[in-house]
Design a protein around this ligand. Structure first.
Ligand SMILES: [Zn+2]
Ligand SMILES: [Zn+2]
Length: 571
C-alpha cells in the first residue's frame, strides 16, 4: 500500500491546527493544496521521497517536503507533536463532523473545553452551543445532525481505500507457496460504498505460514487474534482485517457465507430448508452428506438458482430473479466507451487538456468530453462565455489535428444558480456537444427550493446531463435535501440523463436511486469527473456502483457508439 493516504492525513492535521491557531491564510492554503496533491498522486509518495524528488510534486515546496520526509523517516512530525501536546484535542475527529471546521473547534474548545466528538455531542445535547457568540439554535441543530452523520461513518472507510488495502495484502500473501485460493469476500466483494472491515478467505496447504505472514504484514498496527483458522488485525489506517483459512471442499460455501449480507444468507438458508437441505459456512448438506461446498456456483445451482453476482447479494429481489431466470446482465468496465465529465487546468483540474486526452486515449475510449466549470464558480476559475467560445475553437483544432483517434466532445459543467437559471447564455450552450448542469452552491437550500431549482435547470433545452444529482460526499457530507422522484420525473420529461458520478467519495446516485431511475425510463451516464489524469481510473468504482444498481449496458449511454450516444441525447 502506498503511504499517500497516511501522509495526506498528517498534512491535513497540520493545516487544521494552523487554521485553529489563526495562522496566515497562505500557509494554510499551502498545506491544503499539498493534501489534495498527495491524495491524488498516481505514485507512492515514499518512492518519490526516496528519489529526493518531493518538490517536483505540484504544490509541494521545500518546507512541506521536509515535513513529509520527517514523517516518512520517524513516523511522526516534531512540530505536529508539539501542537498536539499544547492543544490536546482530536482535531481530525471534530473536523470530520459535517458543518464543523477549525473556527468552530477553536470556539468550543476555548469556551466549553470541547476536545472530541463525545464532548461536543454532550455540549450540543445540553444546549450549551446555542449560547456561544455566532452560534444560534439553528447551527446547534446542524451540528447535532452532523454528529449523527459522523457517528454512522465512524470506523468505516471508502471502498476505494479498502480495496487497495485488501489487494495489497492479497498480493503479499500470494507469494507464499501452497495457496490454492485467495478471495477478498465480505462487503468489499459486494462493492459497498463504504466498508466496515475486510474479510479475506484463503485455502492453503500451509495455514501456519499464511497466518504468520498475515499478522506480520507491514501495515499491521495490532493483532487481535492469531489462530490456525482465523486471525484478525488492525492496520495503521484503522481498518480491521479478518483472514480465514478454509478447507478446499468448503471454500465455495465459506465464500457464499462471507459474501452475502445477512438478509441474503437468511433467505438462502430458508430455501435450502424447504428443499430438506441444510446450508452453513461449511457446505450444503442432505442429512450427513455434503451435496455442495467446494464451488460457490454449486451451492446456488443445487438450490435451483442461477449464480448471483456478488454486488446483488443483499436480498432486494435478486433471489427471486435468480429463481425465475431474470437476473440482469450487468454492465462491465469493458463496456465503457467514453467519459462525459472531466476537467482540465482551465478550471480546477490539475492537468492540461492534452494530458487528459492522452490519458483518455490510453483507456481506449471512442469519445471524451471536456467539461470545465463555468463562471459563477470563481473559486474554481470557472469559464465565462468568451473563454468557453475560445475553448470550443480549441477543441475543433484538437479534433482536426488527428493526434487523438477518439472524438473530443465540447462540453461544460454549467452552474445551476439560485433560482435554477444557468450561468452561461443559451447561444453559447447551443455551440456545445454535451452540457452538464450541477449544483455547487447553496447546498443547504430547503427541499422545495432545491427541487424547484434543479427541475427548472433541467427544463433548458440545451441541458443533457445532471451532474452528481445529490451532492453527497461519503463519510463527509450528507445528500442535499431534494425530492429525487420529482427530479427524475422532470428529467424524463425533458430527456435529461442522470449522472452516476464515479468518484469514490460521491457515487451518487446510490443503488436504490439507480434502480428507481432506470425503472422510470431514465438513462444513466457513468463519469469520473476527473480533475487529474489518474482520476480517470475511478471509472471502475462507477461501474461497481452501477452493478449494485442492477444496470445493464443499455441503461448507460457512455457504452453506446458515438452516433447512438448523440442521437439518444438529441432533443
Ligand atoms: Zn461538479
Ligand atoms: Zn465536475
Amino acid at each position: 500500500m502506498t503511504k499517500n493516504a497516511e501522509v495526506a492525513k498528517v498534512l491535513k492535521e497540520i493545516s487544521l491546527y494552523l487554521e485553529f491557531e489563526g495562522k496566515e491564510p497562505f500557509k494554510i492554503r499551502a498545506y491544503q493544496r499539498a493534501v489534495r496533491s498527495i491524495s491524488s498522486l498516481g505514485e507512492d509518495v515514499a518512492s518519490i521521497a526516496e528519489r529526493g524528488e518531493l518538490t517536483t510534486i505540484a504544490g509541494i515546496g521545500k518546507g512541506i517536503a521536509e515535513v513529509i520526509t520527517d514523517y516518512l523517516n520517524d513516523g511522526q512530525v516534531t512540530g505536529l507533536e508539539e501542537l498536539r501536546t499544547r492543544v490536546p484535542i482530536k482535531i481530525m475527529e471534530l473536523d470530520a463532523i459535517p458543518g464543523v471546521g477549525p473556527k468552530t473547534i477553536k470556539l468550543v474548545y476555548d469556551k466549553l473545553g470541547v476536545i472530541d466528538l463525545e464532548s461536543l455531542e454532550a455540549a450540543a445535547n445540553e444546549g450549551r452551543l446555542a449560547g456561544l457568540p455566532g452560534l444560534g439554535a439553528k447551527t446547534e441543530a446542524q451540528i447535532k445532525e452532523g454528529i449523527r452523520v459522523a457517528r454512522s461513518g465512524l470506523g468505516r472507510t471508502l471502498l476505494a481505500n479498502a480495496l487497495s488495502v485488501a489487494e495489497d495484502i492479497k498480493k503479499s500473501l500470494n507469494q507464499i507457496s501452497g495457496i490454492t485460493q485467495i478471495i477478498i469476500a465480505g462487503s468489499v466483494r459486494r462493492r459497498r460504498e463504504t466498508i466496515g472491515d475486510i474479510d479475506i478467505l484463503v485455502s492453503a496447504s500451509d495455514p501456519k505460514a499464511v497466518m504468520d505472514s498475515f499478522v506480520s504484514h507491514r501495515d499491521v498496527s495490532s493483532v487481535t487474534a492469531h489462530g490456525q483458522t482465523k486471525s484478525s488485525v488492525r492496520l495503521t489506517s484503522g481498518i480491521q482485517v479478518d483472514l480465514r483459512i478454509l478447507p478446499e471442499d468448503s471454500f465455495g460455501a465459506g465464500l457464499q457465507y462471507f459474501t452475502g449480507n445477512i438478509d441474503h444468507n437468511v433467505h438462502l438458508r430458508s430455501i435450502a430448508q424447504k428443499k430438506g437441505l441444510l446450508l452453513n459456512e461449511y457446505g450444503l448438506f442432505k442429512g450427513e452428506k455434503k451435496v455442495a461446498g467446494g464451488a460457490e456456483a454449486d451451492i446456488y445451482s443445487t438450490l435451483g438458482l442461477k449464480l448471483i453476482p456478488p454486488e446483488l447479494r443483499e436480498d432486494t429481489g435478486e433471489i427471486e430473479a435468480a429463481q425465475s431466470g431474470n437476473l440482469p446482465s450487468l454492465i462491465e468496465l469493458k463496456d465503457i466507451r467514453g467519459d462525459l465529465h472531466s476537467h482540465t487546468d482551465q478550471s480546477d483540474g490539475k492537468n492540461t487538456i492534452e494530458e487528459m486526452l492522452d490519458a483518455a486515449q490510453a483507456k481506449g475510449y471512442d469519445y471524451y468530453c471536456v467539461s470545465d466549470h463555468t463562471q459563477s464558480l470563481t473559486i474554481s476559475n470557472g469559464m465565462d462565455e468568451a473563454r468557453l467560445l475560445k475553448r470550443i475553437e480549441e477543441i475543433d483544432d484538437l479534433n482536426a489535428s488527428g493526434r487523438w483517434k477518439m472524438t473530443i466532445l465540447k462540453g461544460a459543467e454549467v452552474d445551476i444558480l439560485s433560482a435554477g437559471e444557468l450561468d452561461i447564455k443559451d447561444e453559447v450552450l447551443a455551440e456545445l456537444d454535451f452540457v452538464t448542469v450541477s449544483i455547487h452552491s447553496r447546498m443547504k437550500d430547503d427541499k422545495k427550493t432545491m427541487t424547484d431549482r434543479v427541475c427548472h435547470a433541467l427544463e433548458s433545452k440545451y441541458v443533457h446531463l445532471l451532474g452528481h444529482p445529490t451532492g453527497r460526499l461519503l463519510l463527509k457530507r450528507p445528500e442535499f435535501e431534494i425530492d429525487i422522484d420529482a427530479v427524475f420525473e422532470s428529467a424524463r420529461k425533458n430527456k435529461v440523463v442522470m449522472e452516476l458520478n464515479a468518484h469514490p467519495q460521491r457515487l451518487d446516485l446510490n443503488a436504490g436511486n439507480l434502480r428507481k431511475a432506470t425503472k422510470n425510463g431514465l438513462k444513466i451516464a457513468i463519469n469520473t469527473d476527473a480533475h487529474y489524469t489518474t482520476e480517470l481510473d475511478n471509472m471502475q468504482f462507477g461501474v461497481f456502483q452501477a452493478r449494485r444498481g442492477w444496470l445493464t449496458k443499455n441503461d448507460v449511454i457512455n457504452t453506446y457508439p458515438l452516433k447512438k450516444l448523440m442521437s439518444t441525447i438529441t432533443k
